[in-house]
Design a protein around this ligand. Structure first.
Ligand SMILES: [Zn+2]
Length: 280
């Protein structure tokens, strides 16, 4: 993994990362460590394959959730404790400090109290969630403590989603291009030893063919990319790849190829290419 950049203690440099994994260098006074201007990713690369979706379902272990009104007023929210376990869950998922986790959980709690869906279990626990957006807090029956944090997101925080930061994991959206049928068609025909995402193909076109990916050149560029994968990239992969962990291969021209093996898949995916050396 890439080490976090060391910031001088007297200055508050944004602790987050841009979409390409480069560290943000904006200044920020915010306690959550984010400047609010960059993409705000909490780690250089996504760790895929981890989500806690069962908490969002209509029942849990056979117990139904019943809709209730907000268990707290907004001005009571700051009296609620955020347990070590909840902070730990948040910090582990979003690679942040325990303090930053608490700040963000409190902010999420306030937003959930205002506009979240709130349910209660038969034994009194409160579930506050943004179901569609995929964020959830579990509040103790005595309403004294946030006991758990869950999200359907691989890496993005509620604050990022609220600000409109797009996922880096669902790649077609990440590249900011519409997933058009013809690209899907072209990518559907690939037969290299690695899968290639739309984003990776786009970058490859710019980097190697020095052109924009278009309907009439996509097949040619894809074959060129597949050839390079077969001859250079695939042999450089150190097997076995750990599931869900992004690894990097640097090619002879200095481009870094980001690869991941998704859970249950046999073939790694080329997520994206970057001109940055992710290894240093
Ligand atoms: Zn920033």
């Amino acid at each position: 993994m890439t080490a976090k950049p060391a910031a001088p203690a007297s200055r508050r440099v944004c602790r987050r990362y841009n979409v390409d994994g480069s560290p943000c260098v904006n200044m920020t006074p915010r306690l959550d460590g984010w400047c609010g201007k960059c993409a705000g990713f909490t780690q250089p690369q996504p760790t895929v394959g981890v989500t806690g979706t069962r908490w969002f379902k209509a029942s849990l272990n056979g117990q139904a959730w019943t809709p209730v009104s907000a268990p707290l007023d907004l001005d009571e929210a700051h009296n609620v404790a955020v347990t070590f376990a909840a902070r730990k869950l948040f910090a582990a998922r979003h690679s942040c400090s325990m303090d930053e986790a608490e700040v963000q959980i409190r902010s999420l709690l306030e937003d959930l109290l205002i506009s979240g869906q709130i349910d209660q279990s038969e034994d009194g626990w409160y579930r506050l969630m943004f179901k569609k957006e995929g964020y959830l807090l579990l509040l103790s029956p005595d309403r004294a403590a946030v006991k758990m944090y869950q999200t359907k997101h691989v890496e993005r925080t509620w604050a990022q989603v609220k600000e409109g930061v797009k996922s880096r994991v669902s790649m077609p959206k990440t590249a900011g291009h519409n997933l058009t049928k013809w690209i899907r068609g072209v990518l559907g025909s690939q037969d290299a030893p690695l899968h290639i995402t739309q984003r990776a193909l786009y970058t490859y076109a710019t980097a190697y063919a020095e052109t924009r990916l278009q309907r009439d050149n996509a097949k040619v560029i894809l074959s060129q990319m597949e050839r390079q994968i077969e001859q250079e990239i695939a042999p450089k992969i150190v097997h076995p790849l750990a599931e869900g962990v992004v690894s990097f291969v640097v090619d002879t021209q200095g481009w870094t190829w980001a690869l991941v093996l998704d859970k249950g898949e046999s073939m790694p995916v080329v997520l994206y290419l970057t001109c940055r050396n992710m290894a240093d």
